[in-house]
Each structure stands twice: as structure tokens, then as C-alpha cells.
Design a protein around this ligand. Sequence first.
Ligand SMILES: [Zn+2]
Length: 207
Amino acid sequence: MEQELIYYKDQYLDELDSPILECVGNKVCFAQNIFFPSTKGELSDMGSVGGMAVKDVKKEDGKVMIHLSSEPKLQKDQSAKQKIDWNRRLDGMRLHSALHAVAGIIERDHGIRAVAGNVYKDKAVLTFKKPIPDMIYMTLEESVNDFINANKDIRTYWDEKREGFRWCQVGTLEPIPCGGLHVKNTKEIGELELAGSGAKLEIKLRS
Ligand SMILES: [Zn+2]
């Protein structure tokens, strides 16, 4: 049975009862999975399964495996409740969406491309292909916050030709290939605090 990745259908769902596809040692895999796994640039979800704490979430052999703090008394086909740490998920989606918006604005206005974007627990960091002049950083925070306040839609869609390839577009900015999770509108990101130096830009949520 294929695992269904619910976070791509509803990124706001924070709790779900679902049958277990596999349970080996302290690892559980659900038929309908809501836990986002750790990836190169994003934090994994944390939370609980059947009341037991989640230690890590990883994609293994094409399936999302939830690592629990100890061995659960769960079996294949049995149902259990997944519950994610909602604040961590939401802040992660806000910071990750902010990376898209800021990178897109810099590329549109100054032609400088971001080469990496990473989300950490309380900040996100963009790395650009070359250093950004301080002059640009001086006015960036204001223009980014104006953009975010203007209720731009954040749209994700699967590529029609390349299977498993997904795009994310913020407003009318250039779409970027992305398998991450985003809020649906820039307004949800809220006001941002930016601190840039050279080719690195740190992004924090104001609230
Ligand atoms: Zn993304």
C-alpha cells in the first residue's frame, strides 16, 4: 500500500488517526501521514504518536518513518493518533515561505540569485550567489514587509511533465522548485526582521 502524504494536501492538519503500514523497533509508518520529514533545508515536525514522543522523522525507502523515543506497543493495520507540534510546524512554514518571498524579491529587483535557504528553529538563512551591496540591505526590510502585507497568494503545484516535481510561486514572483511546506498567503508570514551581511541574510519572525 502506498503511503499518502497528507501534508501536501492539507498543510494545516495537525492531528490524524490513521492505520499503521509498518512498525519496526521504534519506527512507525502510517498509511496517511501528517509528519513532515527532515530535509536539507527544513526542520522535521515533532509531536507524538499514540501519546509517545517523536524523536525524529525521516524519509526512508520512499516512506516517511516516524522515530519514537522508545518502542511502541503498536502493530501493522492498527490505528493510532498522530499529533504534530503545531507552533513548530507553523513557524517553519512561515519562515520557509519568507525565504521564497525574500529570494524572489532580490532576484526580481537586483538580479542576484539565492543558492541556499535553510530554516532553523527561530530563524531562516538565505545564501546568495554573490555578496549583496549594503545599500540594498538598507531598504530591503521595508520593501519585503510591504510585499508580505499585500496579501499575495502562495501557490504550490505539481509539474505536469516531471513526476514528483513540485513548484512554489509567491504572488507573481518567479516560481521555484520546492518540496517544502508553505502557508497559503503572505499575510500569514507576518512582519519580518532582516539582517544581511555580504552573501548571507538572516530572517526572523517579529511575532
Ligand atoms: Zn518552498
